[in-house]
Design a protein around this ligand. Structure first.
Ligand SMILES: [Fe+2]
Length: 316
């Protein structure tokens, strides 16, 4: 089974650029084309938040149009730039989002890997939270299936990443979530968005990761007290998570045989239950040719600062 993760599309109304700079719609269209062209097409696509830039109904309508060519099921969770009501309205007919309730949590049961989508949004704020209500819901879902391989997907990372300014607006109460997950050995991954940069870490007895945005990335700044987070037009990408049965005593128990994908295996492990998961990153070709300086050297990637308070949803 192959799970493709795309994140932080920041879709805008037709004809508008995110921050007046980034053609996020065209870049998501490029990601969709990459997914459909893969020789081993993913079984499912998950989108980990900041689906739109401002949470506008018009933006969700554009998002539906852009995702339409995907031939596999698509599951979305909201990020801080999204609005639950508009997301729920636009994708209600897909049937996986809860019709009512405060949060857009759900479980996908009909795949080889059980998928749990979490809603970490705190409306009006850039950071997220796994509050007691959300933790209780997750605890109940995990108790239902203690042995099936499970992948959790959410927008805000509940772990620290080293991107100091972004970690200030990650998922609050991550320590409580970690305590919960440590009691379960079937959690294969906790995959996130929000930080607009590929990141992998060991966390809570499992692997935590962040996928790059399909559009703009966050400038790499690991210094405490560094500059406020800014965006940079480094190459976009997406993540693939590949799960397959394996012989726990066989020679490939640590490195599942690479599939014929344009992906580079970065992390993997066997869990001792006859299966293995590897995750890889796929670059998305940019829709415009790279710009070069007059002397032939690559031009430095432009950098621009985030708008608003770390970019929570705003009407503009
Ligand atoms: Fe984002």
């Amino acid at each position: 089974m192959i799970i493709a993760q795309i994140t932080d599309f920041h879709v805008r109304p037709r004809g508008k650029l995110a921050y007046g700079v980034v053609d996020t719609n065209a870049m998501l269209e490029a990601a969709v084309a990459v997914l459909e062209a893969m020789p081993s097409r993913p079984d499912v696509v998950i989108g980990t938040g900041d689906l739109t830039d401002c949470g506008l109904a018009e933006e969700y309508a554009v998002l539906r149009e852009i995702l339409e060519p995907l031939s596999m099921p698509v599951y979305l969770v909201p990020g801080n730039h999204d609005r639950r009501a508009e997301l729920r309205r636009a994708f209600a007919s897909d049937g996986y989002l809860p019709e009512d309730g405060d949060f857009l949590h759900y479980v996908v049961e009909d795949q080889a890997v059980r998928l749990i989508g979490l809603d970490t949004v705190v409306p009006g704020h850039g950071h997220g939270r796994m509050c007691d209500v959300r933790l209780a819901w997750l605890e109940q879902r995990l108790a239902e299936e203690a042995s099936r391989p499970t992948l959790i997907f959410m927008h805000h990372p509940p772990f620290r990443t080293g991107l100091v300014d972004m970690d200030k607006i990650n998922c609050a109460n991550g320590e409580a979530m970690a305590r919960l997950l440590r009691g379960h050995d079937n959690i294969e991954r906790v995959v996130c968005g929000h930080h607009h940069r590929p990141i992998t870490t060991r966390w809570a007895g499992t692997i935590g990761s962040v996928a790059p945005s399909t559009a703009h990335q966050v400038t790499l700044d690991l210094q405490a007290g560094g500059c406020p987070a800014s965006f940079v037009l480094e190459p976009p990408g997406l993540h693939l998570h590949m799960c397959r049965p394996c012989d726990p005593h066989g020679p490939d128990r640590h490195f599942p045989r690479p599939l014929s994908l344009p992906a580079r295996c970065r992390i993997s492990r066997s869990c001792g239950r006859g299966r293995a998961i590897a995750s890889g990153e796929v670059a998305i070709p940019q829709h415009k040719r790279p710009r070069f300086a007059a002397d032939g050297r690559p031009a430095p990637a432009p950098s621009f600062h985030q708008g608003g308070h770390h970019g929570q949803a705003e009407d503009h």
